[in-house]
Design a protein around this ligand. Structure first.
Ligand code: HEC
Ligand SMILES: [Cu+2]
Length: 347
């Protein structure tokens, strides 16, 4: 469907000004709205057409004018028309919707990642640099942002209407969503899945900043260590490094550079190592046994919080080659106690 740009601008301005419609503040929003308006338009045309015919026919063929019913055999042409036109419309909507779906569900490779934890009744945001926010999220404009989200208790749903973003936040599984903000400003964040008494209070504010302001915010809001540093601490204090020390003779596989690779499993399958896989191996190691290793890794179910799991995931994600050196270096500076955990391999 082609709408003249002027008309489009007018329509968008009018809808925004009359507050009937959320602002379009992400790159995806105009695409979602185009499909939405298309659906709205064909619905209006359909309703008008069918409604008009119903009223027109009931006036024209009313009892006074046609006392005797006429026998009608049917018309192939007519039936073909009212089958083919709706079919074509539905197919257009299907293809258009599918293309949009892929666009919405495929985050660009260069997107920055922020973790979101939903719980009754608040949103926690954790930036890799160690900035923590509650019921708030700061993002830069002009840059794709991917959210990796999980719930600590019940089902929630993360929604930013102005960005046309909405995704279920589920206990026990990471879900992701991405967007690219286009205009600086503040926007509503809602939980759109009824999640208990204070569900209506599970709201927050998205603040979109220019890249410079975002840099400034990032620097000023660092509290404590980065997620990866926290993860490293946990990695040592939970004793992970007893088996994963990066050495050839280690009991567990080397975790450096494993993120993003395909790992051969003992059952013959190959698995892509992503956030979900890492989280799952820590909680259910027996379900993902790496080929060539004995299933000796203990489960950490109930021992690590979702925050802790995110820290561990972020740590393993960032492990590059010869991580043992980096690990002992940064750890010996920041955390003496953890390095002294049993089984730690000293350089
Ligand atoms: C007792 C030794 C041991 C401990 C302790 C241990 N692991 Fe493991 N880990 C293993 C072994 C062996 C494997 C390979 C077999 C398997 O997947 O079960 C493994 C596999 C993994 C994998 C999958 C690696 C891959 O290449 O797919 C990850 C990730 C992992 N461990 C992380 C951790 C974390 C995080 C901890 C601490 C919370 C931990 N491990 C504690 C022995 C251990
Ligand atoms: Cu909720």
């Amino acid at each position: 469907m082609h709408i003249s740009p002027v008309l489009w601008q007018f329509l968008v301005k009018w809808l925004n000004a009359s507050a009937l419609f959320p602002r379009e503040a992400s790159t995806i929003a105009p695409y979602t709205d185009a499909l939405y308006f298309f659906l709205l338009a064909i619905t209006i045309v359909g309703v008008t057409l069918v409604g008009g015919l119903v009223i027109g026919f009931s006036v024209r063929y009313r009892k006074e004018r046609n006392p005797v019913a006429t026998h009608i055999e049917g018309s192939t042409l007519l039936e073909a028309t009212w089958t083919i036109i709706p079919l074509a419309l539905f197919l257009i909507v299907f293809v258009w919707g599918a293309l949009l779906y892929f666009r919405i569900y495929t985050p660009p490779v260069n997107s920055m990642n922020v973790y979101i934890i939903g719980k009754q009744w608040m949103w926690k945001a954790e930036h890799p640099g160690g900035q923590h926010e509650i019921n708030a999220l700061h993002v830069p404009i002009g840059r794709p942002v991917q959210l990796t989200m999980i719930s600590q208790d019940v089902f929630h749903s993360f929604s930013i209407p102005d960005y046309r973003v909405k995704r279920e936040v589920i206990p026990g599984r990471y879900s992701t969503v991405w967007f690219e903000a286009t205009d600086p400003g503040t926007y509503h964040l809602f939980c759109t899945q009824y999640c208990g008494t204070l569900h209506a209070g599970m709201i927050g504010q998205i603040t979109a900043l220019s890249p410079e302001d975002y840099e400034k915010w990032t620097r000023e809001s660092v509290s404590g260590m980065s997620l990866a540093q926290n993860g490293e601490r946990l990695f040592n204090s939970l004793g992970c490094n007893a088996c994963h020390n990066g050495q050839a003779a280690a009991r567990g596989p080397n975790l450096a550079g494993v993120y993003g690779s395909r790992v051969q499993q003992a059952d013959g399958s190959q698995v892509l190592v992503n956030d979900a896989y890492l989280r799952d191996t820590i909680l259910n190691p027996s379900q993902h046994v790496v080929a060539g290793y004995a299933p000796i890794m203990p489960t950490y179910q109930g021992q690590v919080s979702e925050d802790g799991l995110i820290d561990l995931v972020e740590y393993i994600k960032n492990l590059q080659t010869n991580y043992r050196n980096e690990q002992t270096l940064t750890t010996s500076q920041s955390n003496q106690a953890a390095t002294a955990a049993p089984g730690t391999v000293k350089p």
